[in-house]
Write a protein that binds this ligand. Structure first.
Ligand code: PHE
Length: 330
């Protein structure tokens, strides 16, 4: 027996310990063999042999468990040592991409309104006449449709000319109050240094109980928003016309290039037009079946904001995918 105690104590791996265990405790192991001898032993010795063997059995069981724990710990430690990774090593440099200035500007705009509890809504780019025009108080043959040169498909389908149809869709499937913005791509037949056939808008809509929404609320939030976007600038509201709002206004900021002195970018006026807005026309609420509500709406072109923030002269350059331009926005 002694040699088996020694073997257990000297086992050098969990694996060899296991084969020792089998040799001792297995069906054909030494303990089984010793117990078998009892059959031929004299009756008066049987009890003593059994008692001795059971003592050995107990001792070896605990010795095996103890040795197994020790070996497992040692093996784990050796493995950790062998598989260690030096995280302080330098790796090869990877090229860093950049967020496109239009998307970056859009994110900033969305962040502002999200912080004011406006939800972000989206809708299809291929729209129908009802959502893009009719429901927005722009009946067929209304001259104001010319304000937005439209790409038409067959069957009164079209590429949305603004994200206002998202507001119609949202009102059709939710009850007031509403506080939402609709960021997304829009399409118009236009192409020159300040127009591209596809561009991005963020439009906003707030609807609450009749009499709860005023032009002053609209003015406050837009002024706060424009200062957030452009820093220390002046803001002015000019009366204007949109079919879906009444009264309507266009919003100007003091020129970010000449600080209002008058330059080429602001056509010597000192002001830059950046937003359209107004109090939602009752006809729009009628079209979506809203009663006893009031609301305001606004819309802006993201590219225009990006151009003013990053001082980009030609809108088209934003869509040419020239890495020399994009690299400047890392
Ligand atoms: N939908 C208008 C446009 O695309 C922008 C706008 C939205 C103006 C809401 C006023 C109120 O020109």
């Amino acid at each position: 027996m002694e040699e088996w105690y020694k073997a257990i104590e000297e086992a050098s791996s969990v694996e060899s310990l296991e084969s020792i265990r089998v040799s001792v405790f297995g069906k054909k192991g030494i303990l089984a063999a010793e117990f078998a001898k009892m059959k031929t032993a004299a009756n008066e010795e049987k009890a003593k042999i059994a008692k001795d063997l059971n003592i050995h059995k107990g001792k070896m069981t605990s010795l095996l468990a103890e040795r197994k724990m020790t070996l497992q710990t040692l093996e784990l430690r050796a493995r950790m040592e062998a598989e260690k990774i030096d995280v302080s090593l330098f790796s090869s440099r990877s090229e860093k991409g950049a967020v496109h200035p239009v998307m970056d500007t859009m994110d900033k705009i969305v962040d502002y309104f999200a912080s004011m509890n406006f939800s972000v809504q989206t809708g299809p780019m291929i729209e129908d006449d009802f959502h893009n025009f009719e429901a927005l108080n722009l009946p067929k043959y209304h001259p104001a449709r010319d304000m937005q040169d439209t790409f038409y498909f067959k069957d009164e389908m079209l590429l949305r000319t603004h994200t206002s149809p998202v507001q119609i869709r949202t009102m059709l499937h939710t009850k007031p109050p509403i506080r939402m913005i609709a960021p997304g791509s829009v399409f118009r037949r236009d192409y020159d240094i300040t127009h591209t056939p596809m561009f991005h808008q963020v439009e906003g809509l707030l609807v609450d109980k009749e009499g709860e929404v005023s032009f002053a609320n609209l003015k406050y939030i837009l002024e706060d928003f424009l200062k957030y976007m452009f820093g220390d600038i002046e803001v002015r509201f000019r009366p204007s016309f949109f079919p879906f709002t009444e009264p309507s206004a266009e919003v100007d900021i003091s020129c970010v290039f000449c600080k209002g002195e008058g330059c080429r970018v602001c056509s010597k006026t000192g002001w830059l037009e950046v937003l359209g807005c107004g109090i939602v026309d009752p006809n729009v609420f009628k079209a979506v079946g809203y009663k006893d509500v009031s609301g305001y709406a606004f819309g802006l072109g993201v590219e225009r904001f990006a151009m003013l923030i990053h001082q980009i002269g030609d809108l088209r350059s934003l869509f040419e995918g020239d890495v020399r331009l994009l690299e400047q926005f890392r």
